[in-house]
Design a protein around this ligand. Structure first.
Ligand SMILES: Cc1cc2nc3c(=O)[nH]c(=O)nc-3n(C[C@H](O)[C@H](O)[C@H](O)COP(=O)(O)OP(=O)(O)OC[C@H]3O[C@@H](n4cnc5c(N)ncnc54)[C@H](O)[C@@H]3O)c2cc1C
Length: 463
């Protein structure tokens, strides 16, 4: 018997686990599973990109602090070699047949069977029936959106510099962010510094730039009050108009109308109003709660002991808040992913599955410059101490690219930011509603399929 034959035979005998999604939950599920089972189990990770995206630092890409590759951590370089990455997007799951269909970046469909399935597809923007929203607003979920926003902010200041029309200049220098959760708060806090520096450098003056943060609730509601009051104070000190108890009722090409009737001329509407689970799971045929896959405390889907779900896409019972589900945060997704990986290993070995428990380690919000708000281990920090802890935490939490990220931070502090527009991402490529039929491909795919889809079996896939 040749070596190749032996390898193929042992491969055939192995169980296959498919993890769908390579974010906080999926990445950690694949990694902890691989560590637990070595090469005794075949692990396939299906995700549209060949990197893990460290989302909490996305606003720093949009505001020019970090280059996009810093927060895009290579799957191949950081996951155990036993994890096989299948680059693509799952569009169908057949629970009865224990198989799923996915499309690769060249538009080809593949079918892959599994013995265990981990659903970790995360979330997408939460939309609202507001006229003009899907046409004129942009959000923050991936690198293309952050790159688009970075170019857009620079372009608005550049165009404001050349126009002779004072009304147009004012509109281009006005930026509206809706939603004061961690994303909207960080975008406004970082964006005002970025655009103000640009405006100064172009000779538009110190007061040329206007930012509005519009939110129904208080800043960072749902998090520790200290974080909200600190962020609120920092934003107002920087001149951001914080409009709590307000919302946008209509968006047009020239501006937005707020609930109180005020019309704000602007060319920028950043939509940061929360998230909802990825629409893929709506069609899977499992029970959903608040749009998330219902799981028990071991992250197993009831009635399907071979299926696990974790992260934003899963309704995981929160042991600290009986009757509630865990919040959609990176902290929960990462820990649930690790547990899902270990529980899959246990289920394959006939072992005991563990229940999800967590200890709240606090939260961190980077507000740009030397400011942050943090409550690590419930210690209330702000200013430079919070900033130091926040950046240290991010570096420790990133599974790679730490030195490159830290270097960008140092360069930003010493040299300032670059204001070149690359123009790589156009507005139509990063729509708010990625599930709309008009969208040719998922914006998380790095590029649209190259040729039309034709179903075929993937080499080496069992069906
Ligand atoms: C801008 C921003 C800032 C944030 N800041 C913080 C913060 O400071 N602190 C914090 O705790 N949380 C923060 N969050 C929330 C946190 O990032 C999420 O809770 C966390 O990413 C959830 O992890 P996940 O693995 O469930 O989903 P994700 O990290 O979103 O990963 C989902 C994965 O599934 C893939 N996927 C989706 N659909 C498919 C499909 N059909 N087929 C295959 N793959 C698919 C995606 O490409 C992705 O790889 C932030 C979120 C955003 C958007």
């Amino acid at each position: 018997m040749t070596r190749t034959e032996r390898t193929d035979e042992s491969r055939e005998a192995r169980s296959r686990v498919v993890v769908v999604g390579g974010g906080f939950a999926g990445y950690n599920a694949a990694r902890s599973l691989a560590r637990a089972v070595g090469d005794t189990v075949e692990i396939v990770l299906v995700s549209p990109t060949n990197y893990f995206l460290y989302l909490p630092l996305l606003p720093e890409v949009a505001s020019g602090v970090l280059e996009p590759r810093r927060i895009s951590v290579s799957l191949a370089d950081t996951l155990p070699r036993t994890v096989r990455h299948a680059q693509g997007e799952v569009d169908e799951i057949d629970l009865a047949g224990r198989s799923l269909r996915w499309m690769d970046p060249e538009g080809r469909h593949h079918t892959t069977t599994y013995d265990r399935l981990v659903l970790a597809v995360g979330s997408v923007h939460k939309l609202m029936p507001i006229p003009g929203l899907s046409e004129y607003a942009h959000g923050f979920r991936g690198i293309p959106e952050a790159l688009y926003m970075r170019d857009h902010l620079i372009r608005q200041i550049d165009l404001a510099t050349v126009t002779d029309d004072p009304e147009e200049r004012r509109a281009r220098c006005t930026f509206v962010v809706v939603g004061a959760g961690y994303t909207g708060t960080e975008v406004a806090a970082q964006g005002v510094l970025f655009t103000r520096d640009l405006a100064r450098a172009r000779g538009l003056g110190d007061d040329a730039v206007r930012w509005l943060l519009v939110s129904r609730g208080r800043v960072l509601s749902g998090l520790d009050e200290h974080l909200g009051t600190t962020a609120d104070r920092v934003l107002r000190d920087r001149g951001v108009e914080v409009r709590t108890g307000d919302t946008v009722e209509e968006a047009t090409a020239d501006g937005v109308r707020l609930r109180d009737g005020e019309v704000v001329p602007t060319r920028t509407l950043a939509w940061c109003v929360g998230v909802r689970p990825d629409p893929l799971i709506e069609d899977v045929g499992v029970e959903l709660a608040e749009g998330r896959v219902v799981v028990d405390a071991t992250l197993t889907v009831p009635g399907h002991p071979e299926v696990f779900a974790c992260g934003d896409a899963a309704a995981v019972p929160d042991p600290g808040r009986p009757g509630k589900y865990t919040a959609m945060t990176a902290q929960h997704a990462e820990r649930q992913g690790k547990l899902a990986g270990r529980n899959v290993a246990a289920s394959l070995a006939g072992g005991r599955l563990r229940r999800y428990r967590h200890r709240d380690l606090g939260f961190l919000v980077d507000l740009g410059s030397t400011d942050a708000a943090a409550n690590p281990l419930h210690l209330r920090l702000s200013g430079l101490p919070a900033k130091t802890i926040t950046r240290g935490y991010h570096l420790l939490s990133m599974p790679g690219n730490r030195l490159r990220t830290a270097t960008d931070w140092v360069l930003d502090a010493v040299l300032g930011r670059q204001s070149t527009q690359l123009g790589l991402v156009r507005s139509a490529s990063v729509p708010l509603d990625s599930s709309s039929p008009e969208v040719p491909h998922h914006p998380r795919m790095p590029f649209p399929p190259e040729r039309s889809a034709g179903d075929r079996e993937a080499t080496g896939d069992r069906s």
